[in-house]
Design a protein around this ligand. Structure first.
Ligand SMILES: NC(=O)C1=CN([C@@H]2O[C@H](COP(=O)(O)OP(=O)(O)OC[C@H]3O[C@@H](n4cnc5c(N)ncnc54)[C@H](OP(=O)(O)O)[C@@H]3O)[C@@H](O)[C@H]2O)[C@@H](O)CC1
Ligand SMILES: [K+]
Length: 503
């Protein structure tokens, strides 16, 4: 599913209006019908409703919703803010229609605004500004937003909370943005919904289908997309009847140190549960017995060092390498890692301590093996790129890094982003907060490593791996609950996740 910036949404509206064809006012009617249904499905006619409408089409939507809800018997009060004495044509039309309705208490505000009483029983519908917002709110509009935010009422935002920009909010005035409980967004999600710090504004969000032109969506370019199960399913290669383990690659995992054997065990198990043909784990001597007993399916190659990775190994026989989980960061490991990366031909998944070591040796980032993937969480990314103020800046910096280093990046978190060297970002919808637990990242490394070893192109390996990892987490959450689940449960649920997308 594509995610468009506000400018493209306007063009898409225009495309739909011209090509469907549909009159602009009828498209608004369609949006309002969908909004009214979504709202009236959740709140009954007993709910006192106060609607705040702005001068543009977001306000037009709100006024049309007011009319439709009044027709269904809701008791409504409507405030239309028109400080410039100028409304968009469709907003004007809907104002005239709602003004005529006796059952609606309608107020048009040009200067003085006496705020209505809002109780915990009230539902506020925020239709002040939508995708046409072009600067942070200030003055009277900011005062209205603050009033709504300080009230105990439930708030539903139309399309996007008023005051929130669709993409970048780094320089926005956070106190002047509506804090919605629910956002009903039209057709497609906005990039801003995917950023953790905007949850307090967006609340729970739901998309409403208003049948914008499919051709228009297809033709309009964007760098942002949400992954969907159909795409992942289409990428997974079926196994041939006469397949043997040689068809599914030999992966090398360089992981673990004294006290951190667990990270290598988790990554190795996840790799084996993701279809790899063979797996060798390169580990310090002290972890040999642990690995041999806990993962009989893996081959163990011991490092010459007792406690850490210190001697690079030959990677010629492997189709992919995973490096980093539990590796530690002592000097010997640093040197070994840099040398290992320099001489490796196979694509590498670089995670955890390997990323932290690279942060101290950034020059090494620009000659990683072709097809490599970095899997940082936000803190690890910032060690590589420098501090970021918010998720938008972090995403932009990750794009710059992917471009400069010619690597793919999986930026982990809710809606993990898979970023290509060309600047495309694919957001992952699977996963849940139960996965925010030690070892979860090691599992992802193992899954992606298995996919690279099986010969999946880098972008596909990153997309499938991230999606499946989240899906396995969702299956684990259903079984164990968010609080009780641990990283091993994600591995246990990998087979179910694979079945869900491949059968
Ligand atoms: N997507 C779809 O398919 C459909 C979309 N629809 C709906 O249309 C919405 C977009 O409507 P829109 O383009 O008219 O913009 P909207 O957000 O109402 O505001 C524009 C007005 O605000 C003003 N303004 C801007 N910033 C300001 C500020 N900081 N402080 C003060 N004023 C400010 C700006 O004035 P200007 O600065 O340009 O003079 C202009 O007057 C969209 O979110 C959805 O709800 C549906 O109806 C149909 C299908
Ligand atoms: K809004």
């Amino acid at each position: 599913m594509k995610i468009f910036p506000s400018s493209s949404i306007k063009k898409l509206d225009a495309y739909t209006i011209e090509n469907e064809p549909i009159a602009s006012i009828d498209l608004m009617e369609r949006a309002a019908t969908a909004l009214t249904k979504a709202i009236t499905d959740r709140w009954n006619t007993e709910t006192p409703v106060t609607i705040f409408a702005g001068p543009g089409n977001n306000g037009g939507d709100a006024l049309a919703v007011a009319r439709m809800m009044a027709e269904k018997g809701y008791k409504l009060e409507v405030y239309l803010f028109n400080p410039k004495g100028e409304l968009s044509p469709d907003c004007q039309t809907n104002k005239e229609l709602v003004e005529m309705m006796e059952e609606v208490a309608f107020h048009e505000i040009s200067t003085q605004f006496v705020p209505p009483v809002l109780t915990p029983d009230h539902l506020v519908i925020d239709g002040l500004f939508g995708s046409g917002l072009n600067k942070p709110l200030s003055g009277g509009f900011a005062a209205v937003v603050k009033y709504i935010n300080s009230s105990p009422a439930m708030v539903v935002a139309i399309d996007i909370p008023s005051g929130l920009m669709g993409e970048e909010n780094t320089f926005n005035v956070k106190t002047n943005i509506i804090r919605a409980d629910v956002t009903f967004s039209l057709q497609l999600p906005k990039l801003a919904f995917l950023f953790a710090e905007n949850t307090e504004f967006v609340g729970e969000w739901e998309l409403l289908d208003i049948q914008l032109s499919e051709d228009g969506i297809e033709e309009t370019e964007t760098n942002y997309e949400m992954l969907e199960i159909e795409e992942i399913r289409s990428l997974i290669k079926p196994r041939k009847q006469f397949a043997h383990k040689g068809n599914f690659g030999h992966a090398l995992l360089i992981a673990g140190s004294k006290g951190m054997a667990g990270a290598s065990v988790l990554a190795a198990r996840a790799c084996l549960r993701s279809g790899v043909g063979l797996l060798t784990v390169h580990a310090p001597m002290c972890n040999n017995d642990i690995l041999q007993t806990s993962i009989p399916e893996a081959i163990v190659e011991t490092d010459a060092n007792e406690t850490c990775f210190a001697v690079p190994t030959d990677t010629d026989d492997y189709q992919a390498v995973g490096i980093g989980p539990g590796l530690g960061r002592n000097e010997e490991t640093e040197a070994a890692l840099l040398e290992q990366l320099e001489h490796c031909q196979a694509p590498v998944v670089v995670d955890a301590d390997a990323l932290n070591i690279l942060a101290n040796h950034r020059h090494a980032l620009t000659h990683l093996p072709k097809g490599s993937i970095l899997t940082p969480h936000p803190k690890e990314l910032e060690r590589l790129t420098g501090k970021c103020q918010d998720s938008y800046e972090r995403l932009m910096k990750a794009c710059e890094l992917a471009h400069a280093a010619h690597v793919h990046i999986v930026l982990k978190g809710a809606y993990s982003a898979i970023i290509t060297p060309e600047g495309k970002c694919f957001f992952n919808p699977t996963g849940n907060p139960g996965m925010a637990t030690g070892g979860s990242g090691d599992v992802l490394t193992g899954v992606i490593l298995a996919l690279l070893a099986q010969g999946y192109p880098t972008e596909e390996a990153a997309k499938i791996g991230t999606y499946i990892h989240g899906l396995a987490g969702d299956v684990a959450q259903k079984k164990q609950g968010m609080i009780g689940m641990i990283a091993s449960d994600i591995i246990t649920c990998l087979p179910t996740a694979w079945r869900l997308v491949s059968e």
